[in-house]
Design a protein around this ligand. Structure first.
Ligand code: ZN
Length: 676
């Protein structure tokens, strides 16, 4: 939510990164079949570097986007399936983690029971919501819904206080709209309007599928839309959500009671198990004020429909095939352009992974994460750290006092690689054979209570926010940590058999990307301890902002679909991170191979291979619907623009491919971004 989890960056370990001794056994790592040599790199670098990959990996019906990143994730899923199915095929003692993994998986796979049960697993809850008579009843019922995994109206979470990063505090966050992004409710272009119309039809169909008459279903839909549109209107937009100061509104619970008097906050928090809360960060306070008004003014039958919708919408993936299919028709087909559902086993693996992530992760790393990988990865990270330090010291636009602070922050990074030192304990999670949905609901409660129990406690900086099998990486500004799970330390990010040009171009840039998040437009507002505290001189910050603005304007100008531009401010942090990652890793690559430079291999110079490896991480195909969806919701630029938008700002890339003024990819020096 407030983390900068980047769905696209990864990291891995590097082979001989720092030792420049030439190893004759190392390959170039570049797969020539990925290229499209009918196109010049000077005209369209992405097509040149990835055109072969795109042709050889056409989109199948179950995907709205499929890239080399997704291909790796697909492989991980198969590995997890092997581990899980072996467990699920045997009988295990009650209460063991094996019993829990096996039962969740087997119930997800049991289509006969799922279809026979239909919507019965949620029937009692639907009825309970339907019996609500007053605002007081609603407020009494809400904590129960929240603990079971729903987020009606707004959500409550526990996380580090942005101004006092060693302490966990209770915080609110805007929520409660099923389309996720407020734009869907407010914008009036033809595509958005069509999505909205189809969403309305979807709500009506879903109510009918869980036993409502057509007339009731229609009426409920209208109530849901009215409430969600009010929530969307009051919500911060996606650019404002990226401003840490605008989203910091810490106050006493007593003051929150004055601001949003419709809720009895002490009582509400107590019911959630959050006892003796004194301070709370009402992240988007104006949105919360509107929530209070909605709860006190919308008619009770409308609010019943809204709460029932939250339940239906959230549980649809765990009910009968008919209900699942309608859910997929809207979220998969209409919203993303997918053609067909994923096979049942993939969904089942996904649920087990979500419910018992670290239990599965423990088995995964034992089997698939080589012991030497952690050590090698650390070496690579340290080389990148050194290179970023060199670059900071050489900056012409930053004064000495800020440089000292930047270096301190760089040296304070907490580095996490592979898997956590201690594992989650799932002994209190109850998994039985009543229903697939009931298990997921208990797991949500287990997870929510686990997180809520941290309120008022010291932040545990050793905790991981991703499971080790995840194909991804992240930077967290509140702990100043970079994390690279085992799942991402594989081709196309990392290849033990490939040379430095490949590994610095792929995983090296990913490491540099995560490091740069500590210095992007958001991250740079947090100090080395993770506090939202300025460490810049006014002049240096002004210089930084001016340079970041060049980046935002550049990505604003990119046309991502007919008539649709990128959103430079929304994607600014990720684009700065890509830019920094490329600069830092290229320098580390040159440092590492200085004594024994690499030679031409597979027809490409080492510098060319560095950039080809980078581009290949982002090779992929994507449907037009998904492009529009991501432009609304994804802070990362599309794969094509992470290549064709990022590289024209890197001088070493021009040098590597001999790109000059007059070439289509050429951007004049004065228009290029220069930050880290
Ligand atoms: Zn990122």
């Amino acid at each position: 939510m407030k983390k900068f989890i980047l769905p696209i960056i990864a990291i891995t370990l590097m082979t001989t990164a720092c030792n420049s001794k030439k190893d004759a056994n190392l390959t170039a790592g570049i797969q020539l079949a990925n290229l499209d040599t009918t196109v010049s790199p000077k005209v369209d670098f992405y097509q040149f570097a990835c055109g072969g990959w795109m042709k050889n990996n056409p989109l199948t019906g179950e995907y709205s986007r499929f890239g080399s990143f997704d291909k790796l994730a697909e492989n991980n899923r198969k590995q997890l399936r092997g581990l899980i199915e072996e467990i699920a095929s045997k009988t295990a003692d009650k209460g063991t983690v094996e019993q829990k993994i096996g039962d969740v998986y087997n119930m997800a796979m049991d289509s006969t029971k799922l279809n026979a049960d239909s919507y019965k697993p949620i029937e009692a809850e639907l009825k309970k919501i339907g019996e609500v008579k007053s605002t007081t009843d609603i407020l009494k019922l809400m904590p129960e819904l929240v603990l079971s995994g729903l987020d009606p109206y707004f959500s409550i979470y526990v996380g580090a206080d942005p101004m006092n990063s060693s302490l966990n505090i209770v915080q609110t966050y805007q929520s409660g709209i099923s389309l996720g992004q407020r734009d869907y409710y407010l914008e009036n272009d033809a595509h958005t309007k069509e999505i909205r119309d189809k969403y309305k039809e979807h709500i009506v169909k879903m109510f009918a599928l869980v036993g409502f008459t057509p007339a009731q279903a229609q009426k409920n839909m209208e109530a849901v839309m009215a409430i969600e549109t009010r929530l969307a209107t009051a919500a911060y937009d996606k650019v404002k959500l990226r401003d840490p100061h605008a989203n910091y509104n810490k106050m006493t619970v007593a003051d929150l009671g004055k601001l949003v008097p419709e809720l009895n906050w002490n009582e509400y928090l107590n019911s959630l198990g959050l006892k003796d809360v004194k301070d709370i960060n009402a992240s988007q306070k104006e949105s919360l004020v509107e929530v209070g008004k909605i709860i006190s003014t919308e008619p009770i039958p409308s609010q019943i429909a809204y709460l029932q919708w939250k339940l239906i919408d959230e549980s649809a993936a765990y009910l009968s095939d008919k209900i699942y299919a309608e859910n997929f028709d809207f979220y998969g087909k209409i919203l993303s352009g997918k053609k067909e559902q994923s096979p049942r086993w993939k969904r089942a693996v996904g649920t087990v992974d979500g419910v018992l992530g670290e239990a599965v992760g423990q088995m995964y790393v034992k089997k698939y994460f080589p012991a030497e990988a952690k050590e090698r990865m650390l070496k690579l990270v340290h080389n990148l750290q050194k290179s970023l330090g060199e670059r900071i010291n050489a900056l012409t636009w930053m004064g000495d006092s800020t440089k000292v602070k930047a270096n301190e922050k760089l040296k304070s990074f907490i580095i996490k690689i592979g898997y956590p030192d201690k594992w989650r304990d799932y002994s209190k999670l109850e998994i039985t054979k009543d229903s697939y949905y009931a298990n997921v609901k208990r797991a949500s409660k287990f997870e929510t209570e686990y997180r809520y129990a941290k309120a008022g406690k010291k932040v545990d900086k050793s905790e991981w926010q991703m499971t080790p099998q995840t194909v991804n990486a992240y930077y967290d500004p509140s702990t100043n940590e970079i994390c690279f799970p085992a799942g991402i330390l594989q081709y196309p990010f990392f290849d033990m058999t490939a040379d430095d040009a490949f590994n610095y171009g792929a995983i090296g840039v990913v490491i540099g990307h995560e490091m740069t998040h500590g210095f992007d437009d958001q991250g740079c507002q947090f100090d080395k301890e993770g506090n939202l505290k300025n460490w810049w001189t006014a002049a240096d910050k002004k210089n930084f902002d001016a340079r970041a603005k060049v980046m935002a304007n550049y990505f604003d100008s990119i046309v991502v679909a007919p008539g649709v531009h990128g959103n430079g401010k929304f994607t600014l942090g990720e684009n700065i991170a890509d830019h920094g990652g490329l600069q830092i890793s290229f320098q580390a690559f040159k440092n590492a191979t200085k004594a024994n430079p690499l030679v031409v291999n597979d027809g490409f110079t080492p510098e060319q291979r560095f950039f080809l490896a980078y581009a290949n991480v982002w090779a992929g195909n994507v449907r037009p619907e998904e492009i529009l969806k991501r432009t609304k919701s994804d802070p990362h630029s599309l794969g094509k623009w992470r290549v064709d938008g990022a590289l024209p700002h890197i001088q070493n890339w021009y040098d590597a491919f001999g790109i000059k003024a007059g070439d289509k990819m050429f951007v004049p020096v004065e228009k290029r971004v220069s930050i880290w």
